[in-house]
Design a protein around this ligand. Sequence first.
Ligand code: HXC
Length: 257
Amino acid sequence: DAYTCIIAETRGRVATITLNRPEALNALNGALVRELIDAATGFDADPGIGAIVITGSAKAFAAGADIKEMAEHGYAEMLLGGPFPGWVGFERLRTPIIAAVSGFALGGGCELAMMCDIILAADTAKFGQPEITLGILPGFGGSQRLPRAIGKYKAAEMILTGRMMGAEEAERAGLVSRIVPADELLAEAAALAETIASKSLPAVIAAKDALQAAQEMPLAEGLRFERQAFAAAFATEDQKEGMRAFAEKRAPEFRHR
Ligand code: HXC
């Protein structure tokens, strides 16, 4: 894994992927996206990993897709995935992914954060979909995920004007789960990831699947999905252990974690 645009590391059951193109504010070029998807897919396949943190630098989570790289591309090239194939696989990973955002999360950077399960923001975080100022529109899911996250009307203002919003506004709007001081962001993200990674992995995967279903399915279908997933949880050893531990007033020793 000789990555050049990211740093991938593990500590216990938590994996961290740090976007690392400081010269371009972590702009997502083809090489970075391929490395990110490769690393995330590898961690997802490892049952020893229970949560993944994706982060950037203090100044930028990611300032968007690499404008210089895509500037001269045409329709067919972009339709065929252009420099950015593989997001569909990323969106289907089982492991919970936390975006730890400091500084700019713009365009594809904001969209990458929204592909994650939880967005934790430093007080310096700035979110936006500035594509309209470049003569394009969001292309990594922003036009669909932002309205689902913050509502149609606020999303329309963001996407049609390209203005940024700070961490406070993003938290009020429901885009981020929590704001933490910038110098505590990585520690907070790691603590959050460790908490998730300490739970039963089958239960965590089922819960992530159900949350995804909530974004993708009509209510009745999502409720049916949940009913089946909930019943299926009772086929796991970890459910027996979790409930026995509760009754015996002790911490559970999950087998799958
Ligand atoms: C390529 C980028 C970049 C980007 C920054 N850089 N963002 N290069 N693509 N998205 C480069 C700059 O060119 C510059 O390189 C260096 O990073 C530092 O950036 P500055 O602009 O000098 O920094 P600053 O003045 O602090 O301004 C920060 C900023 C600005 C406000 C974030 O960089 C900016 O507006 N960036 C573009 C944001 C954007 O429009 N993103 C959406 C992209 S479209 P040099 O070599 O000059 O020092 C998109 C579509 C997604 O994401 C879907 C695609 C399919």
